[in-house]
Design a protein around this ligand. Sequence first.
Ligand SMILES: Cc1cc2nc3c(=O)[nH]c(=O)nc-3n(C[C@H](O)[C@H](O)[C@H](O)COP(=O)(O)O)c2cc1C
Length: 343
Amino acid sequence: MVDLSTEYLGLKLKNPIIVGSSGLTSSVKKIKSLEENGAGAVVLKSIFEEEIAYEYEDFIKKAEKTGSPPKYFDYDGRKNPIDYYDYKIREDNLNKYITLIEESKSNVSIPVIASINCYYHSADWIAYARHLAQTGADALELNMFFLPSNFSRSKEDTERIYFQVVEKILHEVSIPVALKISYYFTDLGPMIQKLSKSGIKGLVLFNRFFSPDFDINKFQVVPSFVFSTPSELAISLRWIAIMAEKVDCDLAASTGVHDGDAVIKQILAGADAVQVVSCLYNHGIGYLEQLLERLKSWMVSRGFKRLSDFKGKMSQSKSIDPSIYERAQFMRYFGGKKNVKTY
Ligand SMILES: Cc1cc2nc3c(=O)[nH]c(=O)nc-3n(C[C@H](O)[C@H](O)[C@H](O)COP(=O)(O)O)c2cc1C
C-alpha cells in the first residue's frame, strides 16, 4: 500500500492531482464526477473580469443598435444607466460563481479552490476576492497576467502591479491564496522567489495562454492550439526543479502533464501538487484513474511508501550537476556526448 496524500496550500489532499481551472470544473455535476474519478482537488473555472467587461460592452452595443438604450436607473443615488448595467452584470456573474462554490462545497469533500482571472482594473480583483473568500472556498487561485507588450510600461512597473494586487488581496482575505503565473518575466527566478515571500501560500508554474493563430485563406485571426502537448512539460519541469528549494510557499506544476510519468517527474522535481487539464479533455475524466494507477505502481516498483520519499529528489538543489538545469543550448545533444546523470 502506498500513501498518496499530500498538503497543498495548507489543505489536505488525498492525492497530488488537481484538476486545473477550465471548463472541466464549471459545474457541480462535473466536479462531482471529478471527485468520483479520483481528483485530489479542483480549481474552479475562473471568474473572468475580461468576460464580464465584454458582456457589458456587448449589452451596450446591442442596446445602441436597437435604438433602445437602457433607461436611466437610480442606482446608488446616481441616475446613470451605464453604471447600473455594469454593476448588474458584475453582480449577476459574481452571484452565479458564488452559487457554484457553495453548491460544490456541499456536494464534494475534496478541496474546492476558487479562481479569479483579471488582467486589468485591479480594484475589481480585490472586490471579487473578498466576496469569494466568504463563500466557503478552501483557497483562492489568482490567475494574474499582464502581457509584456505595453511599450510605455517598464518591467519594474509591470512587476510592481503583481505585488500591489497580492498585498491588497492578502489584506482582504483570510483563506490561502495561490498565484498562477506565466514565465514571461525578465528575471523569472528572482521574481518567483520574491512572489513566494509575499505571503501567498502557493505558486502555480505555469499558466498556458490562449494564443492567436492566422487563417491564411480568410485573413482572420483564429484560436491556436487550445490544448497543450506532452512536450510542453519541459518548461514547468525545469522551473519547478530550479525553484523547489528556493521558495517560501508550495509549488503546483501546470502545463504539459499528459501521463502518469509526467506526474512523477513533477514530484521528483519538487512539486507539492500537479494540475492537469488538457489530458482530461483528450482522454475523458476517467483518465484520472490511470494517472493515479501509474503513480502508485511506480512508487511500489521503486519501494517508495509516500510522496515525501521522493518529492524533490531531482530538484536542482539536490543535483550532483546543478548546471544541467540551466543548460539552454543543444551543444551536448548534438555533440554526441553522454548526457545522463543518475540520482
Ligand atoms: C478549455 C480550457 C479552459 C481553460 N480555462 C481556464 C480558466 O478559466 N482559468 C485559468 O486560470 N486557466 C484556464 N485554463 C488553463 C488551464 O488551467 C491550464 O493552466 C492549461 O491548460 C495548462 O495545463 P494543461 O497542459 O494540463 O492543459 C484553461 C485551459 C483550457 C484548455
